[in-house]
Ligand binder design. Structure first.
Ligand code: AP5
Length: 207
């Protein structure tokens, strides 16, 4: 099964995907993580992407589509797409390379997003995601790696990212609704509840 997590910054796409890959045989593909890897490596792609990411803007479609196409060549089995597609052009390109069985629209408010994003901490070593609202330590409880705050996780950039989501990505809700693969989940509330709801939807999509 190939599934997309659609939702604004901080909706919980990455957190939910990380938990689901441990419970299923799906692979997590996050274009945000792939871009941050390129930035870390200092590649030309990373240098170019950084200026867009820092300003809360989308990286150009042709760059993202090329990066995903290359990754898919070396990926087997079902995928959870996290943060991709983000424009109708990206969705149309994805349609030519993979069959999408399910799209989960994780909707929530800008207030929830700002409080979550401003408290997010990520492990430098294994990528585990935490939040200062429930985790106060500076090291990862899974691998003891150091936790850091993403450069684009500040209130000003988050507001811009939410605005970009509303204008450029939210039209994908109608795009996938028309294809009959869209399901909505209120992203606020307990993470375990969200996982249970998604797994129920996945089972009914399989049936
Ligand atoms: P990306 O990394 O994809 O960021 P995003 O979409 O803005 O999403 P986030 O990673 O911020 O949020 P999330 O939904 O994964 O939330 P998380 O689970 O971490 O993209 C970054 C940038 O790269 C973009 O702005 C753009 O420039 C570029 N880019 C990436 N893909 C692109 C594309 N396809 N096209 C063009 N440009 C692209 O959760 C957030 C926090 O909330 C965490 O602390 C978590 O612990 C907490 N939390 C999660 N769920 C819950 C819950 N249910 N209750 C309480 N707390 C929760």
């Amino acid at each position: 099964m190939n599934m997309i997590f659609l939702g604004p910054p901080g909706a919980g796409k990455g957190t939910l995907a990380q938990i689901l890959v441990e419970k299923t045989d799906l692979t997590h593909l996050s274009t945000g993580d792939m871009l941050r890897e390129e930035i870390k490596k200092g590649s030309d792609l990373g240098k170019m992407a950084k200026s867009f990411i820092d300003e809360g803007k989308l990286v150009p479609d042709n760059v993202i589509i090329g990066m995903v196409e290359a990754r898919l060549k070396s990926t087997k089995g079902g995928i959870i797409f996290d943060g991709f597609p983000r424009t109708v052009e990206q969705a149309e390109a994805l349609d030519t390379i993979a069959k999408i069985d399910l799209v989960i629209d994780l909707y929530t408010t800008v207030d929830v997003i700002i409080s979550r994003i401003c408290g997010r901490r990520i492990c430098k070593k294994c990528g585990a995601v935490y939040n200062t609202s429930w985790y106060k330590k500076d090291t990862c409880q899974k691998c003891q790696g150091e936790l850091y705050t993403r450069a684009d996780d500040n209130e000003e950039t988050v507001k811009k990212r939410f605005d970009v989501y509303t204008k450029q990505t939210a039209p994908l809700v109608a795009y996938y609704e028309k294809k009959g693969v869209l399901r909505h989940i209120d992203a606020s509330g307990d993470i375990d509840e969200k996982i249970a709801a998604i797994m129920e939807i996945m089972e009914s999509a399989h049936a």
